[in-house]
Ligand binder design. Structure first.
Ligand SMILES: [Zn+2]
Length: 376
């Protein structure tokens, strides 16, 4: 069996729902150690991370991924069990097949193939895996990066294996991501009887016009690389459940996906201005999930594009769309970060799958990228 397919099946067979790694990283560390990599397990809290490196000099090129997966949901909805790999019609099925055990398997085999062919390669190659990408992402990649930085190990180029493609392998590379800013808003009112509204202060009534102002706001026009900033409310709650009580408070959650055109502190100030203009009594708590980043042209981008073209015939489209990934943690350390992985149509769904052919092609693209960075 083709080694990337075999490894992907091995990993899918381990039910590594966040943050449980279920032995995936130990298995991978064994393969990389046998190929001459220095490997170490970095455990923070209940999160297991793997750092593997071959070579000691710069530049350091790192493949970044995760071994954890999202829960499968109701098992009865799956055609075959989510943690039993199954091949049907050229597709490998199982939770994590596309997000992202297929790409992790391709990373590992590309690294092994690379050091086998180029044992005295210049620079260094590495693999960073976490079991906390789909969860809070507090004790995962960011902690490993801090550890590496404290030792003076700095990453120059980082390729994230998240499923970036849309319809076919090679159609899309993510060259940056929008920032993500979360707000939890509590509007304070005064509880009372609906028949005596003059003795109460209804936070729903007070908030409605402010909500309208916020959702109709044009934050910016975006830029060549980023779509316009968007605000979405994800949750609103108020009330006791009784139809004769004016609630004393309203709680709302919202998120902004934003580009560099409007920094997070400007967004925060503009939202507080709206709330102040509507004379609301409120408490607002902010949580910044990630700053926007954009990777510029450079050796990694050129090497990846050439490898994709050679393998698939596609000149990839570059996108900053979609959700965040752990790439957001790497970019602030000064590395060039790109994301390239298999088509993402089935991720987080039942019957998640990846093309068996794509696994082999992905492996050649990843190995070819390393070789092209050093023109080997
Ligand atoms: Zn993922």
């Amino acid at each position: 069996m083709e080694p990337t397919l075999a490894l992907a099946m091995e990993l899918i067979g381990r039910a590594s729902v966040t943050p449980d790694d279920a032995g995936c990283q130990t298995h991978i560390a064994g393969l990389l150690s046998a190929a001459g990599f220095h490997t170490e397990s970095l455990v923070f809290g209940e999160v297991t991370n793997l750092w593997a490196r071959h070579g000691t000099s710069a530049p350091l090129v790192v493949f970044l991924g995760h071994t954890d997966v999202v829960p499968p949901g109701p098992l009865a909805d799956w055609t075959t069990p989510p943690f039993v790999p199954a091949i049907r019609d050229g597709m490998l099925y199982g939770r994590g097949a596309a997000d992202m055990k297929g790409a992790v398997a391709a990373f590992v085999q590309a690294l092994i193939g690379f050091v086998h062919r180029h044992p005295g390669h210049p620079g260094s190659v590495g693999l960073l895996l976490t079991s906390d990408e789909e969860g809070p992402a507090v004790n995962g990649t960011i902690q490993v990066l801090k550890t590496l930085a404290s030792r003076g190990e700095s990453i120059d180029y980082c390729l994230v294996g998240e499923p970036s493609c849309q319809a076919t392998l090679g159609d899309t590379v993510k060259n940056g991501r929008r920032g993500s800013l979360n707000g939890e808003l509590v509007i304070h009112g005064v509880q009372g009887h609906v028949a005596y509204p003059e003795r109460a202060d209804n936070p729903i009534t007070r908030f409605a016009p402010a909500l309208q102002s916020l959702v109709s706001m044009a934050w910016d026009q975006g830029s060549a690389d980023f779509p316009p900033t968007r605000l979405q409310f994800s949750h609103i709650e108020a009330g006791t459940g009784a139809d004769n009580v004016i609630p004393g408070r309203l709680r709302a959650l919202f998120n902004l996906r934003y580009g560099p055109a409007t920094p997070a502190d400007v967004l925060r100030a503009r939202i507080e201005e709206v709330l102040a203009a509507h004379k609301l009594r409120y408490t607002l708590t902010w949580r910044l999930s990630g700053e926007p980043f954009l990777s510029t042209d450079g050796p990694l981008k050129a090497a990846l594009a050439a490898s994709i073209l050679a393998e698939t015939g596609h000149a990839p489209h570059y996108s900053t769309g979609g959700g965040t990934s752990d790439g957001r943690f790497v970019a602030p350390f000064g590395a060039q970060v790109l994301e390239f992985g298999p088509p993402n149509g089935s991720i987080h769904k039942v019957n998640e799958a990846v093309s068996v052919d794509d696994l082999a092609r992905l492996t050649r693209i990843y190995q070819g990228t390393l070789e092209r960075i050093w023109a080997l």
